[in-house]
Design a protein around this ligand. Structure first.
Ligand code: 4AD
Ligand code: MG
Length: 478
């Protein structure tokens, strides 16, 4: 294997007049002379200068958009505009041809919809290169944040027998022959004969298992794929998404809010520092896109300003009840009312309400707490008012809910009572209830939807564009 230098390093090189080997894919080839080559290390291409008079015409013909090349040559200070260095090629090897008639990614602007249909090749565009480098940095920063604070990264199972959120949105897992599903005498599916001897599903959340870990290791986090067969035909939902779920023994709701706010700021700052050029590119992209909107719908801030704003301001903290009071008094603009009117206390907030609070009322990230128990999961700690639970949702501009979490109900009797009220079988979750039987203690945690974070930091409008291989209804091709 010959040595190669990544294009990012070449472009930053202090030294010129050195021999280099560079490998990548052709983004453009102008005048049989200038190749724009990209290897994914940066959005910027390196310019390769071809001595076309002394190059075999058959080889020149094979330098087409999408082809993979290995180039040897000299790195020199560029005389041309738009780049500081370029490579004067002495030897070009075609590693993989690309038929220009058939290659779908041409050197022009493609719509995001088109690229979604070519998701297997969209990594080769500037926008998706930037998105996935930012995504990578955010994932790394999440680990670094928790590792610096002594958290244990706990792997929770993908296949489970429980529905942590109790919302009935699970995907079944089975190895039954679908043409011949065993039935019991009463005609029901006989899960006893299935692989695990019981009905199982893909996990919707690692929280319940995470709590078991926290009740011994104190501070844990999970970071893995979760699956929901729900309302995923929106720009904010996927059927398969990644979730980060910290769980901390001895924390209460205020500690939980502090942890979430610190984490979000830490990872956003990390990406801003590490991926300054990609975020600059995405900022320009979004600014161009905003220009196509009517003046009154355009964002007041650029992407970069939005990210910096988020770092420099405390998140607004208020209760659900306070939020309802604000919303009841509000009309989103002069003429229009909310599509879903606020019926009163007790109803769940729609994303238009969440976005109104964040984007119009407070104009910054908001943490809502103490929701009505009826609209939240069984495991949240009940307040003394008998009506609300120690829940928290973090709402972000342009996104809506980015984090959902709570202080947990650590009192066995209260938890069992709530499970009974909600029809959640206590026998099946005996292992979860054991934590409340043996050394129970206050604890709290939350779930951050990783793709919603990537959406925020990249300024993209559709969650399907920030995960390499999106899973949504009728889509699992690649
Ligand atoms: O609010 P959720 O449902 O909370 C839980 O699952 C808790 N067990 C978390 C915890 O306390 N450990 O989901 C958490 C976050 C949401 O705030 C949202 O960001 C994201 O996960 N999320 C989704 N992201 C993409 N597609 C979907 N279908 C999502 N559903 C939830
Ligand atoms: Mg939620």
């Amino acid at each position: 294997m010959s040595q190669r230098t990544k294009i990012k390093a070449l472009l930053q090189s202090q030294q010129t007049e050195i021999d280099v080997t560079v490998k990548g894919w052709v983004r453009a080839f102008r005048s049989n002379r200038f190749i724009a080559l990209n290897d994914g290390s940066t959005n910027n291409n390196i310019q390769i200068v071809v001595d076309f008079e002394n190059t075999d015409p058959a080889l020149l013909k094979r330098i087409t958009v999408g082809a993979a090349l290995s180039v040897q040559g000299k790195l020199i200070a560029s005389l041309g505009k738009g780049q500081t260095v370029e490579v004067v090629a002495s030897d070009i090897e075609i590693l993989g041809d690309s038929d220009p008639e058939k290659y779908p990614i041409q050197p022009k602007k493609h719509s995001l919809e088109f690229l979604r249909e070519h998701a297997h090749l969209r990594f080769r565009t500037s926008t998706f290169g930037a998105i996935f480098r930012v995504r990578n940095s955010l994932a790394f920063a999440v680990h670094q944040f928790f590792q610096e604070r002594g958290f244990v990264y706990l792997h929770t199972p993908v296949i489970t027998a429980s529905d942590a959120e109790g919302a009935g949105e699970t995907f079944h897992v089975t190895n039954f022959d679908l043409d011949n599903i065993p039935k019991t005498e009463t005609g029901e599916i006989d899960f006893k004969q299935d692989f695990f001897g019981r009905a199982t599903n893909l996990t919707v959340s690692g929280q319940l298992e995470g709590e078991l870990g926290a009740m011994a290791l104190s501070d844990i986090y999970t970071f893995g794929p979760t699956f929901r067969a729900e309302n995923s035909n929106t720009t904010r939902h996927l059927a398969e998404f990644w979730m980060i779920e910290p769980e901390v023994a001895f924390n209460d709701l205020v500690d939980n809010m502090d942890l979430a706010e610190d984490m979000l700021k830490y990872v956003i700052k990390y990406a801003l520092d590490k991926n300054a050029d990609d975020i600059e590119f995405l900022t320009q992209r979004l600014t161009e896109e905003e220009k196509t909107k009517p003046q009154n719908e355009r964002s007041e801030m650029t992407l970069l300003e939005k990210l910096q704003f988020c770092l420099n301001h405390n998140f607004e903290r208020l209760t659900y009840t306070e939020a309802i009071d604000i919303l009841k008094e509000s009309t989103p603009n002069k003429k229009k009312k909310f599509v879903y009117p606020i019926e009163g206390w007790g109803t769940d907030l729609q994303s238009e309400h969440e976005r109104y609070l964040v984007e119009k009322h407070f104009k910054k990230p908001v943490i809502l707490t103490d929701y009505p128990k009826e609209i939240k999961a069984f495991y949240m700690r009940q307040n003394d008012d008998g009506k609300t639970v120690r829940a928290m949702d973090i709402l972000f501009p342009g996104i809506g809910e980015i984090v959902g979490g709570s202080q947990r109900e650590e009192r066995l009797d209260k938890l069992e009572q709530r499970m009974n009220e909600m029809g959640i079988p206590t026998e099946e979750l005996w292992w979860y209830l054991d934590t409340r039987r043996f050394g129970s203690c206050p604890h709290a945690g939350f779930g951050l939807g990783f793709e919603r974070l990537v959406l925020f930091v990249t300024g993209m409008g559709n969650i399907r564009d920030v995960i390499p291989f999106p899973r949504f209804p009728k889509n699992a091709e690649f």
